[in-house]
Design a binder for this molecule. Structure first.
Ligand code: NAD
Length: 542
């Protein structure tokens, strides 16, 4: 029997450990990195709690040393995709019927396992498999994963406690049903935390998922799946299904029991998935929920009152941390002519100073980009900038994929503010800068607002607080996360709820109530105590 009304208190964010030389966390991580470098893992599918090996495998490599194989990963075929649907549907009733505090306790146990026993495992696999340095991995694969789990438990309680009023002779209540069917969770390579949350947000609300991880983030994602099973997620509640995205997507979304997808990735993939939902619409038992966060063309807008040293340091971190492969990374910038000479010198010096290399050397601020496809795409933009009369490379521009997919951080100064590198998502360490005449401030704000189809993140730097407020207002629809005197990356769960507008996604703000509410279908139940026994109204008796 469980008749307690329980509320989780608002959580504290997971502290970011410092990893100073000789610290216990650094020693443990270094040992785990060695262990993972020296082994080759075999990654199975996990369907209905069982490991399945199809024999059709792909290599999981290290982007900073692509000849090194970390794992072999089995790929799902048509049969396994069908098995995953059956497993997710079979597990649904028991999981959604379970008292929600039990589901929350599983989330919280997973959070504590990652904070302690598996911190080094999750960090090392993210560092090696996705080419992140210690700090980038710690804030993502450990702290943000934990924050999502804890905040979701807290916010789920807020949703469940919101009940309608009752009146005389009636009792009203709301039941927050899980969606009828299964959820398709499709995750990107760049954040282990997002991969986790795309599953854990639907499941805390009683849903079951089929998870297609990104092929370039499989190692950390596999370890996460194992932690979730150890924490008590029952068989069939999350079904781990590596394989070909289009094949898996097509088969899952043709199922009448498809109840929605939870996606993060590129704009093109999101559009493809949404179109597939429309094509199958008449087959479904319910209208599916479509929740997706996609790309960005994130900016820093510099007001003439800004301080160049603050702008430069924030720009370098915002543009080049994790090789610019954050959806929120700064990739275009607007600088007034009056500040440009000083700012240019600072930016060029800092960019040239950046050390780049493999992830185990802590001096490296940057590592490799994720794979050859990304390398070729990003360097294509660099070559276009080299060849164009509208652009000039003022720092970086070099690249080499002989051993790892390395691209130097690159600054492109553009003459044309609508040059392609100012408009399109590059998703790499390339920052384009447009220098505007100070007297054209108003025109440049409008330009910033209308240059790209995306609306994810943006920032203004200004010492003039009134000007900052005005720019914030004028750029209202250009970013779902806006920053004043800070870089536009590094949103923290519970503190800066994250999601973009325009072509950057459905903006359901992961890690909070707005997102969780998408994974329930409320049922209102009215009970009448003394029902009428005469169809006529009393006044009719006159
Ligand atoms: P991607 O679109 O290439 O892939 C995302 C996932 O979709 C992968 O698992 C991939 O295998 C799968 N996929 C691809 N085609 C599919 C199909 N037809 N059917 C089903 N699944 C399919 O994105 P990526 O390169 O992994 O991630 C980078 C992108 O993600 C960038 O555009 C970035 O801006 C975006 N992103 C956005 C946010 C955000 O919160 N807005 C956060 C992180 C990343």
């Amino acid at each position: 029997m469980n008749n307690a009304i329980y509320n989780f208190s608002s959580p504290e964010n997971e502290p970011v450990l410092k990893y100073m030389k000789g610290s216990p966390e650094r020693v443990e991580l270094e040992e785990e990195l060695k262990r993972q470098i020296n082994q080759e893992v075999e990654i199975p599918l996990i369907i209905d709690g069982k490991e399945i090996r199809t024999g059709n495998t792909t290599d999981v490599i290290m982007p900073h040393e692509h000849g090194h194989v970390l794992a072999k990963c089995h790929q799902a075929g048509e049969k396994e995709i069908g098995m995953a649907i059956d497993a997710a549907l079979k597990a649904h009733r028991q999981w959604s019927d379970l008292t929600w505090t039990i589901r929350a306790s599983i989330m919280l146990k997973a959070a504590d396992l990652i904070s302690t026993k598996y911190r080094a495992t999750i960090n090392a696999s993210t560092m090696l498999g996705q080419s992140k340095n210690i700090y980038q991995s710690e804030i993502d694969a450990v702290c943000e994963v934990i924050d999502f789990l804890k905040y979701n438990s807290y916010y789920a309680g807020k949703i469940y406690e919101s009940q309608p009023k009752s009146a005389f002779n009636q009792l009203n209540r709301m039941e927050f049903r899980a969606l009828e069917g299964f959820i398709f969770a499709v995750s990107p390579f760049n954040f282990t935390s997002i991969a986790s949350n795309l599953n854990m947000a639907p499941i805390i609300m009683g849903n079951t998922t089929i998870w297609k991880p990104a092929p370039t983030a499989i190692l950390s994602n596999y370890y996460l799946m194992k932690v979730y099973m150890e924490a008590g997620v029952p068989a069939g509640v999350i079904n781990f299904l590596p394989g070909n995205g289009p094949q898996i997507g097509k088969q899952l979304m043709a199922s009448p029991d498809f109840a929605g997808f939870h996606f993060t990735g590129s704009n093109q993939t999101f559009n493809t998935l949404w179109k597939q939902v429309s094509e199958n619409l008449t087959k479904y038992k319910s209208y599916p929920r479509v929740v997706g966060e996609t790309g960005g063309k994130d900016y820093i807008f510099v007001h003439p009152s800004a301080k160049p040293d603050e702008v430069a340091a924030n720009t370098i971190r915002g543009a080049f941390e994790y090789q610019g492969q954050k959806c929120s990374a700064v990739s275009r910038m607007y600088v007034p002519t009056s500040l440009w000479p000083e700012l240019k010198e600072l930016l060029v010096d800092m960019t040239n100073d950046i050390r780049m290399g493999e992830v185990t050397n802590v001096k490296n601020f940057m590592n490799a980009v994720i794979d050859e496809k990304a390398f070729d795409k990003i360097t294509g933009y660099i070559e276009d900038a080299k060849e164009s009369a509208d652009a000039e490379i003022i720092a970086g521009g070099e690249y080499d994929k002989s051993e790892g997919y390395y691209i130097r951080p690159t600054l492109v100064q553009v003459k044309d503010p609508r040059f392609k590198t100012m408009q399109e998502e590059i998703f790499g360490p390339v920052l384009s800068i447009y220098v505007y005449p100070d007297e054209k401030l108003e025109d440049t704000i409008r330009l910033c607002d209308t240059t790209s189809p995306f609306g994810l993140t943006g920032a203004v730097f200004s010492k003039d607080r009134v000007a900052a407020a005005r720019i914030c207002d004028q750029l209202r629809y250009s970013a779902g996360n806006f920053y004043i005197n800070d870089k536009p990356t590094g949103a923290i769960v519970g503190l800066q709820p994250f999601g973009g507008s325009r072509m950057s996604g459905t903006n359901d703000k992961a890690g909070g109530e707005f997102n969780l509410v998408r994974w329930v279908s409320p049922r209102t139940i009215k009970e009448t105590f003394v029902p009428v026994s005469d169809y006529r109204y009393p006044y009719m008796k006159e």
